[in-house]
Design a protein around this ligand. Structure first.
Ligand code: DP6
Length: 328
């Protein structure tokens, strides 16, 4: 039965072991495995309604019509769902982020996770969370991870089933950590991650080294997480981000700014002074700090004083995507 309407929530996630590069561009299969933590504080809520009177999909983001490119990506996901559901109904989609959109704060991850879950339910597909995660991955690979809560992995091989979804590695309680998102700019990111990784793969002399090294860091990080070794998880988190950015940097794909480097330097100083804090950066200028819960208040106060850090958001590990209303 198609309910025709669904309301969903999904949280952002931050990769500790980064995904950067694609093994298969057409199917959006990552070149390397990744491991992330889903964050409670940063949420997208999406309402999707099938509407027989529509002649195309509509997509409102934070109360205004979504940019053309965002609409096109949403339509691609909805077309896949319509094919599977043998439906010709268009959808009215409305999404809201409770954190800044498209500033490198991983809004595409929570956005596509919430959209995939809403579409699967409104079109009555009744898919497993793994299959829904595969659908989200095809739009944005990091979004596959936001279907799950706690600590989550995504592989880099399409199994013969054709379904590559993420999976939970460990629950929220596994590590007593928070993530401090140090916002260094309110603007949109300069190079979208899909383009940044494409350029890195084509032009970076260090891309091959990244693709060889990243799976090793992923495996070590996963093992450290499973034994609750926060020091090791933190060291590998920072190393993964630095290796990813080094490979991108060599292709002229530069996300860091002076403020990013100042914030990262401060994190390293704080760690040298005995605090449990490690820096990571994604396709944007912000610095995310993995910090033990015990040290989070001290580290947050220190990061707020770094010139160039505009504000610091604090998030703890959170739950996976949820259907609030609707469903098959
Ligand atoms: C740096 O998931 O945005 O945040 O699959 O092309 O949409 P596409 O890329 P996307 O890339 C995220 C890259 C990253 C690292 C990560 O989240 O693993």
């Amino acid at each position: 039965m198609t309910s025709g309407r669904a309301v969903t929530f999904a949280h952002a996630n931050i990769a500790l072991a980064k995904y950067w590069g694609k093994r298969d561009v057409a199917n959006n299969v990552p070149a390397v495995p990744s491991l992330s933590v889903t964050l409670e504080g940063m949420r997208t809520s999406t309402t999707l309604e099938l509407d027989e009177s529509l002649s195309s999909d509509t997509f409102e983001l934070n109360g205004v019509s979504a940019p053309k490119e965002a609409l096109a990506r949403a339509v691609t996901l909805l077309d896949r769902v319509r094919r599977e559901a043998a439906s010709s109904s268009f959808a009215r989609v409305s999404s809201r982020n409770d954190f800044p959109t498209a500033s490198g704060l991983a809004s595409s991850a929570s956005g596509f996770a919430a959209l995939a879950l809403a579409a699967v339910n409104a079109y009555g597909l009744g898919w497993s969370v793994e299959r829904t995660s595969d659908l989200a991955r095809r739009s944005s690979a990091s979004a596959a991870r936001s279907l799950f809560g706690g600590f989550v992995e995504l592989g880099n091989e399409l199994p013969s089933s054709g379904v590559l979804g993420a999976a939970q590695v460990a629950p929220v309680e596994q590590l007593d950590v928070h993530v401090l998102v140090c916002v260094t700019s309110e603007g949109q990111k300069a190079i979208a991650s899909t383009d940044g990784m494409g350029r890195t793969a084509q032009e970076s002399p260090y891309y091959a080294a990244w693709v060889e090294r990243a799976p090793v860091m992923f495996r070590e990080l996963k093992a450290a997480l499973l034994t609750k070794d926060l020091e090791r998880v933190g060291d590998l988190t920072e190393a993964s981000a630095l290796a990813m950015h080094a490979s991108a940097f060599a292709a002229g794909v530069v996300y860091v700014t002076g403020a990013t480097l100042d914030a990262m330097t401060r994190v390293r100083e704080l760690r040298a002074s005995g605090l449990a804090a490690w820096a990571t950066m994604d396709a944007g200028p912000h610095v995310k700090v993995l910090v033990s819960r015990a040290d989070s208040a001290t580290v947050k106060a220190a990061m707020e004083r770094v010139p160039g850090v505009l504000r610091v958001l604090e998030a703890k590990p959170g739950a996976g995507a949820t259907v609030i209303e609707g469903g098959a």
